[in-house]
Write a protein that binds this ligand. Structure first.
Ligand code: MG
Length: 172
């Protein structure tokens, strides 16, 4: 049985994941508008991944007999001049999410809620990936600078990203 405090905290995290989804969808629309459909595609996939994160938490709360309560999603920024700006914001945001996950993990340990701690372990690893992905793209766009051919090719590369649902979601 989840404690009421844990249910509240997990519901907050669902909201944070949905906010992340909305943020990346906003980035996708920004780059769609700027004619960088590959970059837009990358963020669209990111949007789907964040929705999956929210779903994992929803399924978990339901599994444990808790009640999912969906709260309003706060407004997100809508304008990024360059992909580099957007990936800097992505890294900053993902670092924040990492600290949210760490706080939840600490709370689960505190409450001796080992099932929740176990589920959060997946997110701990996922955050390492998220931060690394953002950093790698910051490095790539920094290396390219304003080189048109480089930007063209990287845009193409990001257009190849495809969505795969996390296996943890398929297993639920
Ligand atoms: Mg997430």
């Amino acid at each position: 049985m989840l404690s009421p405090k844990m249910i509240d905290a997990l519901n907050e995290q669902i909201n944070a994941e949905m906010w992340s989804a909305y943020l990346y969808l906003s980035m996708a629309m920004n780059f769609e508008d700027k004619g960088m459909s590959g970059v837009a595609n990358w963020f669209r996939i990111q949007f789907q991944e964040e929705q999956a994160h929210a779903e994992i938490f929803m399924n978990y709360i339901n599994q444990r007999g808790g009640r999912v309560v969906l709260k309003p999603i706060a407004e997100v920024p809508s304008e990024w001049a360059t992909p580099l700006d957007a990936f800097h914001d992505t890294l900053t945001h993902e670092k924040k999410v990492t600290s949210l996950i760490n706080n939840l993990f600490a709370m689960a340990e505190d409450e001796k809620d080992y099932a929740t701690r176990d589920r959060l372990t997946w997110f701990v690893a996922e955050q390492v990936e998220e931060e690394d992905n953002a950093q790698q793209l910051i490095d790539k766009f920094t290396m390219i600078g304003n080189d048109g051919m480089g930007l063209y090719m990287l845009n193409q590369e990001l257009g190849n990203r495809v969505y795969t649902a996390p296996s943890i979601l398929a297993a639920d």
